[in-house]
Write a protein that binds this ligand. Sequence first.
Ligand SMILES: [Zn+2]
Length: 343
Amino acid sequence: MITIYSDDHNLHSGLLKPGDNEAEISAECPERANNVIAVLRDQGFGEIVAPGYFPDDKLTRIHAPDYVQFLQTAWQEWEASGETGKNARPDTFVGAGMRHAEVENIVGKLGRYSFDATSPFVPGSWQAIRTSANIALTGAELIRSGEKFAFAACRPPGHHATSRYCGGYCYLNNNSLAAQSLLDGGAKKVAILDVDYHHGNGTQSIFYERNDVLTISLHADPKIEYPFFLGYADEPGEGPGDGSNVNYPLPFGTDWSHYQIALAEALDRLRRFAPDALVVALGLDIFAGDPTTYFEISTDDFSRMGEVIGALDLPTLVVLEGGYAVDWIGQNTLNFLSGIENA
Ligand SMILES: [Zn+2]
């Protein structure tokens, strides 16, 4: 399986936790992707190639043009305004009853385009964000041109990003960009299977009223876990998209014996949709050893998971999402990808 990767993600570093813990480094750190690539290289998993460059109109197939512009200049505007924080971060949001006004102040802009405070900007953020999208789009291009499988080693991740809001460590929605690119390249139907521990709210909202993309997410119940305000079982899609979104909210402590039942149901649903291609939003934060989450999926379980997904026998692009057990994320990724290939 070909992996697409770039060192550019290292420019998106020095991210801090919001609030009182601003001295603490964010869990979404460069070591994550570096560990993944180190393990794939060490184990000789397959060819690792650099991403191509795709023009902005690929991004605006999914994201609002003014939002893309904001992402591009957020750090420069923050610095130019005299703000001294090491991270550019919002502190005021567009709440109910307020206006989504076209503000000029950068702190206001950060609030206008963010749904939470977890996605800050540092000097190298835009280049890393842009390259991460290029990685996913290169993966889609490889699938379109006949590769059976590809792995887009994206960082920052993307599944929480909506068409015009960043949040949850995400800025551009890499898996959605890839799915749209597959459709634009000739696929009639694409499915996105999100196995990150957290609900893929951005991906769901982007395709919620469409029937050419089936979005399925297995995740911790939003009643008790981030992102809290989307990801419930009664969100089937709207209008033409009615029936094209499926959520599996799962309890804390979910292990493979329970997870595989929900996954089998999800894959049945996916088979019935009969997509031309599959995009997997691979979050490794369902791992039992993840310091930030509460599922009990083991390193060996990732192999089993890859095998059942690989058995769908679809052209499949795997896109890296979350996963914060830095010392294990590489091995768990390798097991999942090997499972897909060996199915
Ligand atoms: Zn996650």
